[in-house]
Write a protein of this length. Structure first.
Length: 445
């Protein structure tokens, strides 16, 4: 098989797309004032349908003005937070080994390209987030008296985009505050959606999911190990070893810390395949990493089933504190605990309102809620970056111009705008450097 077949097909698709675009332009069916036009390489399909709805929704001017002001505040807080995180990551990158350096794919929040974002859940969540993000731009724009020329979708982007085309003359004529309300509207929409889906997931999990036992979840069993000999398998829950309750990873490790090779220990666990608790004795093998220590051959999950339920239901109630709980919620995909499927789904049974429901269908719905919340949080934070052409870049431009106006009272409006544009350009370069830093520095230091 041709090793370059994928690249050849991709090149053929790009050439064919270019030919089709050229033919549409020559026939007069594509252009800036046509239904079809280009936004960079992406195909814009524009329509005026739905503009009347934006007018109706946007007529509550006082309400949307307050919403827009809230959006500006949240976007500013998110901008400072995400910049601080990038700076911390840049400092920590000096301590990262080249083998552990992140790949470029991890910088792209695109389902199927980013290794931690599942393509199915990710695409649905991304499309929902982008579409409602853009609609909020349109509603706030109309509430501020800024015209909207068209709405539509972007094709030939991954996976699909949406847009609200505002009237450029109205945007330029509007005050900075009004422009900022429009710019911050998308960030606010994504944060609001993230909160809404998070709360629905919290309600569903807290009322309908229960761990099969209180112990550490089995993520992996070493073939030929003592654990494999007693038929332990991923999805089982270890509840005690030699009478020591293994209700946390630390207790699991300590229960084996003083054992020796050849020692017989009692193991209690919940078997997912049998659906019941089991008590067996097993002879430990020599540890491959710690000389003189017994080896069971089990790798526990990052969180116990009880902790995993707590993280999905209400991470801020974690026994490790609200900050740790919130971080655990965000990094579940990195720990391969989200989406919940296969062995991890076997840690639980359904109760309450969903008792008796199909577990597979339930977890598809719960996973979708998680990714809708997770992707909208990612979209909100990403768009708050002071980077053109993102919303945060537009906001930072006006923030810089407004601060300059307080210091340089003699500057003209044109000079203030020029200063703001220059500041935003510099911030864009800084953000790009900080992002690239994480991938380059660990490989050269």
């Amino acid at each position: 098989m041709d090793p370059y077949l994928g690249y050849e097909i991709a090149a053929l698709v790009v050439v064919a797309y270019g030919v089709i675009v050229a033919l549409l332009y020559r026939s007069g069916r594509m252009g800036p004032d046509r239904t079809l036009s280009l936004f960079g390489p992406a195909l814009m399909i524009k329509t005026r349908r739905g503009l009347a709805a934006l007018d109706r929704w946007g007529r509550f001017r006082r309400f949307w003005t307050r919403v827009g002001d809230l959006g500006i505040t949240l976007a500013a807080i998110a901008m400072v937070g995400i910049l601080a995180l990038l700076v911390v990551d840049a400092i920590l990158s000096f301590r990262i080994a080249p083998s552990a350096a992140p790949s470029v794919n991890e910088a792209l929040g695109i389902p199927g390209i980013n290794p931690i974002i599942p393509i199915g859940y990710g695409i649905v969540a991304l499309v929902v987030g982008i579409v409602l993000h853009e609609l909020m731009h349109g509603v706030i724009a109309r509430s501020q008296g800024i015209g909207v020329k068209s709405i539509g979708v972007l094709w030939c982007v991954v996976p699909v985009g949406a847009f609200v085309e505002q009237n450029d003359a109205d945007m330029m004529a509007a005050s900075r505050r009004k422009r900022d309300r429009v710019a911050a509207a998308g960030v606010l929409a994504n944060f609001a959606l993230a909160l809404a889906f998070f709360l629905v997931l919290s309600l569903v999990v807290s009322t309908s999911v229960a761990p099969n036992a209180n112990g550490v979840g089995v993520a992996y069993v070493e073939p030929g190990s003592p654990a494999a000999n007693i038929s332990l398998a991923p999805g089982d829950i270890l509840t005690s070893i030699n009478g020591t309750a293994t209700t946390s990873e630390a207790l699991f490790e300590s229960s084996l810390a003083n054992t020796t090779p050849g020692e017989t220990v009692a193991v209690d666990y919940y078997s997912a395949s049998l659906g019941s608790s089991q008590s067996v004795e097993v002879v430990l093998a020599p540890s491959p990493t710690v000389k003189g220590r017994g080896f069971l051959g089990v790798a526990p999950t990052f969180l116990t089933p009880t902790q995993l339920k707590q993280t999905l239901a209400w991470p801020f109630g974690s026994s490790s504190g609200p900050l740790t709980g919130g971080i655990d919620w965000i990094v579940l995909p990195l720990a391969t605990l989200e989406p919940i499927q296969g062995p991890s789904a076997q840690f639980f049974h359904l109760t309450g309102p969903f008792a008796g429901a199909n577990a597979g269908a339930f977890w598809i719905g719960a996973n979708l809620l998680y990714w809708l919340a997770w992707m909208n949080l990612l979209l909100g934070l990403s768009n708050a970056l002071p980077l053109f052409p993102l919303d945060g870049g537009l906001l930072f431009r006006d923030f810089a111009a407004s601060m300059a106006a307080r210091v340089k009272r003699g500057w003209s409006a044109a000079r203030l705008d020029e200063f703001g544009a220059t500041a935003a350009a510099l911030s864009s370069v800084l953000v790009l450097v900080l992002i690239a830093w994480q991938f380059i520095v660990p490989r050269i230091v």
